[in-house]
Design a protein around this ligand. Structure first.
Ligand code: PNS
Length: 163
């Protein structure tokens, strides 16, 4: 049973995240999509809203026999990964610009917990420029989100600003 953690803010989940999870399903028997609880950040969606959306949109991806679970964690990622008896951490790398930060985190995580491997995966080129940060910016400035996030996420973003 190979278990991986796919950590992130997922504020909101994008089609790029889903692409990575689908690819991860080719390598792992179980992937825990772990939302970081970060009290220092003011998120667009609450942890519960993010978790709810992830649970719905995960049903749409090609998962083969891979188990997908959504969870939230606080504190050090490697502590959480060990507690979950995970073998690996999955991170998506879109461009060289991601690599420097991701390498730093992967090496720090390895130093903290040598038993956990970090696996970098590349999303489809279509998603190479998609990030949660840009999705929120484009949305807030009235741009089109079709194809960047699942329709449910776009609908929830619109509901959120209507209040
Ligand atoms: O999607 P993000 O926001 O780029 O994800 C960043 C995340 C959650 C992977 C990273 O911030 C993280 O692992 N935070 C947990 C705290 C921790 O372990 N810090 C040390 C990392 S070397």
């Amino acid at each position: 049973m190979r278990r991986a953690i796919y950590p992130g803010s997922f504020d909101p989940v994008t089609n790029g995240h889903l692409d990575i999870i689908g690819r991860g399903c080719k390598l792992f028997d179980e992937i825990i999509i772990a939302i970081l609880v970060n009290p220092d950040k003011r998120p667009f969606f609450s942890i519960e809203e993010r978790r709810g959306m992830l649970e719905v949109v995960l049903k749409t991806i090609e998962r083969r026999d891979c188990l997908l679970r959504v969870d939230a964690f606080e504190g050090l990622l490697v502590h959480y990964a060990v507690a979950q008896e995970a073998h690996a951490i999955v991170r998506g790398i879109r461009a060289i610009s991601d690599y420097e930060y991701e390498l730093q985190m992967a090496l720090m995580n390895r130093r903290l917990e040598p038993s956990i491997e970090t696996v970098f995966m590349m999303p489809a080129e279509t998603y190479s420029y998609v990030s949660s940060r840009l999705v929120k910016e484009v949305f807030q400035l009235g741009g089109e989100l079709k194809g960047l996030v699942p329709p449910l996420v776009e609908a929830r973003m619109k509901e959120k600003v209507k209040g």
